[in-house]
Structure formats: structure tokens, C-alpha cells
Design a protein around this ligand. Structure first.
Ligand SMILES: CC(C)(COP(=O)(O)OP(=O)(O)OC[C@H]1O[C@@H](n2cnc3c(N)ncnc32)[C@H](O)[C@@H]1OP(=O)(O)O)[C@@H](O)C(=O)NCCC(=O)NCCS
Length: 97
């Protein structure tokens, strides 16, 4: 859960992805054991306040403690500009459109 000011405002979930799963969805260039992340700020009044990028940076720090993950990533719609801006602020870059 993502908490802000003592309230639960969203969540992060993540999973380690295998070679088999990546190949089955055509993501051959992503190395096995990478981490796929999803994020949602579900309280509307907390959207657009920088909480998403901060939560992602905390997760990145935690996941980097395990050196076995060669890549961390997320996917979003090409039309979801807010998500793209938030992910870039957290340090992610575009890999594929
Ligand atoms: C995508 C999401 C996680 C980003 O987290 P966040 O805390 O809102 O991120 P930020 O505060 O950095 O805002 C990112 C961009 O949202 C836009 N934004 C700002 N205020 C906003 C508002 N009130 N409503 C919608 N978008 C807004 C801005 O373009 C902002 O970029 P900028 O600060 O460079 O101008 C969050 O907005 C969210 O959960 N959205 C709905 C679900 C979703 O799209 N999830 C991702 C699916 S892959």
C-alpha cells in the first residue's frame, strides 16, 4: 500500500518475470528475472502531487538491493501522458513503444 498523511492512497505491485512469460508476450529483449511493476494512486485528491514517483523511487531502492534483477520496468498506454511523466520523473526511460 502507498500511504500519504496517514491515509492509504494507492498501491504498488510487482512480479519477477521469467524467460517463458516474456517470450510469450513478445518481449524477447527484456532479460529474465526482470521486475514488472504496476502502480495506482486511487484517491483522486492525491493524484498529481508527486506521490507516484516517490513511491516508485522507494520501490526501486528496495529492488536494487537484490542484484539478481537486471531490469525494472512498467508499461502504460501511449495515451497515458500523466503516467509517462511520472515514470520518467522516477528515473525510467522509454524502451519500446
Ligand atoms: C500514473 C500515476 C501513478 C502517477 O502518479 P502521480 O503521483 O499522480 O504522479 P505525478 O504527481 O508526478 O504526476 C504525473 C503527471 O500527472 C499529471 N497531473 C498533474 N495533476 C494531475 C491531476 N490532478 N490529474 C491527472 N493528472 C495530473 C501531470 O502531467 C504530471 O506531470 P508534471 O508534474 O510533470 O506536470 C497516478 O497518476 C495514477 O495512479 N493514475 C491513475 C492510474 C494510472 O494511470 N496508473 C498507471 C497505469 S499503467
Amino acid at each position: 500500500m502507498i500511504a500519504a498523511n496517514g491515509a492509504r492512497v494507492g498501491y504498488l505491485r510487482w512480479q519477477v518475470v521469467s524467460r517463458e512469460i516474456l517470450d510469450s508476450v513478445g518481449l524477447e529483449e527484456i532479460p529474465a528475472n526482470s521486475v514488472d511493476i504496476d502502480i495506482l494512486i486511487g484517491e483522486v485528491s492525491y493524484v498529481g502531487r508527486g506521490i507516484g514517483p516517490q513511491a516508485l523511487q522507494l520501490l526501486i531502492k528496495r529492488l536494487r538491493e537484490d542484484a539478481s534483477h537486471p531490469m525494472l520496468g512498467l508499461t502504460t498506454s501511449v495515451h497515458n501522458y500523466a503516467a509517462q511523466r511520472a515514470y520518467r520523473k522516477a528515473g525510467f526511460r522509454d524502451l519500446r513503444e
